[in-house]
Design a protein around this ligand. Structure first.
Ligand code: ATP
Length: 497
């Protein structure tokens, strides 16, 4: 199944103002984005859908909203202050910086001898790119490459001897790359009037720690009994070495995280499995079909030291299959660390015994969902003899729920009726009143941004109080009484009561 290219999706986002590089008039900073009118509606709808299904719809989950800047001890206890880093390599010539786990190399062999090395950045076409580079090198030397398949290896595995021969992807010069070293990913900030060591802290790199440090408060105040969950949506910050693929890897992004606390002797495998199934089903409920998704279970040796298990939900982005959400069993590491560092008990008392619960953590990235929704909803089709671009977004997620069109703009009665309909609908949803241009063009404008319904007010509307309601995907139109609009749209957007 072919999807759109990333350029198709990004050009639509640009054209219709979903998002822009942050502060673009000043040249922007890589990894930061500003969301325009449609982008911020879509983000709000993703947030609302998650909150409704994960918090409001579950009696065993409550919400929190913690500060972004927090006590530095939080990050010492969690291990982020010392361990939250990615390996990087620098190109000494171009000053470009690469994430070492995304940089691959292989020897180029001719007549059984290694004649050079090639390097490529991780990506769906990296093998092809390496082959092309190898062929070009052989061509320049008047040699023919051996037929054996190229074996790409991560630069992290390169020996010092190999590093001297590996070319920089930026300049092609062998030996221009430094050996991999750790790069700390937390963004620092200073709090207060005195800029000394004590004022140094960090912008949170995940929302989860706020939940752990407040575990005791929630137990004391929220009348929840284990098993129960605490959810949070909020911005997180990581000084990513190579922000790329647009919103997919940015430096400021939004997470939707839930810590589900269970007893130490509970069957964590079964509960984890249930969360994985529930989260997969959630993506279907917001219109991301299962054909776009896959599960990736982390091998035991790849797990974070505190985790008992982790399964990623991956999405088939145009630039490769990549994680959209991680569902980890974090054990009791975080609560134990905060208890040790703060000296305050975070144990839970169930009436008989005291213990630190285990935490199961479904952690999703709002921005990655945003991009996934656009990629899976994007389509181009033939309609009425013309070609259209359409975003087949689930009505729940659509930034604009309905376009309201007076058939002609020079008939005050039609315009007034359309305005009153738009006003009535806008008490429930974001709607757009549009009276300019041919009606077909107005439909196309709405199709392109995923608006599921178009309501046209015509001369008959004035006589009998009915309008035409057009559905985006089928382009079918029905006549419907104005009073029926709210219940009809509500059912399509929210599902049956
Ligand atoms: P990756 O391996 O892609 O860097 P991660 O495993 O470090 O991701 P987590 O720490 O598990 O990510 O964060 C949970 C979720 O937060 C991810 O599944 C992703 O959706 C989102 N996320 C993490 N880093 C970024 C980022 N730089 N930009 C956008 N979203 C992110």
């Amino acid at each position: 199944m072919a999807g759109p290219t990333i350029d198709d999706v990004l050009s639509l986002c640009r054209r219709r103002g979903f998002f822009f590089p942050s502060a673009e008039i000043y040249g922007s900073i890589a990894g930061f984005y500003d969301h325009g009118p449609l982008g911020c509606e879509l983000r709000r709808n993703i947030r609302d859908a998650w909150w409704r299904d994960m918090v409001q719809g579950r009696p065993d989950v409550v919400g929190m909203d913690c500060s972004i800047v927090t006590h530095p001890q939080v990050w010492h206890a969690s291990g982020h202050a010392t361990n939250f880093s990615d390996p990087m390599v620098d190109c000494r010539e171009s000053k470009m910086r690469y994430r070492a786990d995304q940089l691959f190399f292989c020897p180029v062999r001719s007549q059984g001898r290694t004649i050079a090395m090639v390097s490529v950045l991780e990506g769906p076409a990296m093998e092809e790119e390496a082959r092309d580079k190898a062929r070009a090198i052989c061509g320049r030397m008047g040699l023919v490459a051996d037929g054996e398949p190229l074996r790409l290896r991560p630069i992290l595995d390169a020996t010092a001897e190999e590093l001297e021969k590996i070319p920089s992807p930026a300049t092609g010069t062998p030996g221009a790359l430094t050996a991999p070293r750790d790069f700390h990913l937390m963004l620092e900030t200073r709090v207060g009037a005195v800029a000394d060591a004590a004022s140094l802290t960090y912008l949170r790199p995940e929302t989860a720690q706020g939940i752990f440090v407040n575990f005791g408060h929630v137990v004391d105040t929220a009348r929840q009994k284990i098993p129960f969950g605490i959810a949070q949506i909020g911005r997180s910050f990581r000084n990513e070495i190579t922000p790329r693929n647009s919103l997919f890897r940015s430096r400021e992004f939004e997470q939707m995280e839930l810590e589900y606390f269970i007893a130490p002797d509970a069957d964590w495998r079964a509960i984890h499995g249930q969360w994985v199934r529930d989260r997969l089903a959630w993506y279907s409920s917001i219109g991301v079909g299962q054909e776009w998704l896959s599960l990736e279970e982390h091998a035991p040796e790849k797990l974070a030291h505190y985790a008992l298990a982790c399964t990623d939900i991956a999405f088939r982005y145009p630039f490769g299959i990549q994680e959209i959400e991680g569902i980890a069993v974090r054990g009791n590491f975080d609560l134990a660390q905060h208890q040790n560092f703060s000296g305050k008990s975070l144990e839970y008392f169930d009436g008989e015994r005291r213990y630190l619960p285990l935490a199961i953590e479904p952690s999703a990235g709002l921005d990655r969902i945003f991009l996934a929704l656009l990629c899976s909803a994007y389509a181009e089709d033939e309609l009425g003899g013309g070609r259209r671009t359409v975003l087949r977004l689930h009505p729940r997620l659509a930034p604009i729920k309905a376009g309201v069109f007076p058939l002609v703009k020079n008939q005050p009665k039609l315009v007034m009726l359309a305005e009153s309909i738009a006003k009535r609908l806008s008490r429930h949803w974001n709607v757009a009143l549009d009276s300019s241009g041919a009606i077909g063009r107005r439909y196309r404008r709405m199709d392109e941004v995923g608006t599921p319904f178009a309501i046209t007010v015509d001369f008959q509307s004035i006589d009998d109080g009915t309008v035409t309601l057009r559905e985006r995907d089928s382009a079918e139109q029905v006549r419907i009484a104005v009073e029926e609009l709210v219940p009809c749209l509500r059912e399509s957007i929210n599902g049956p009561d």
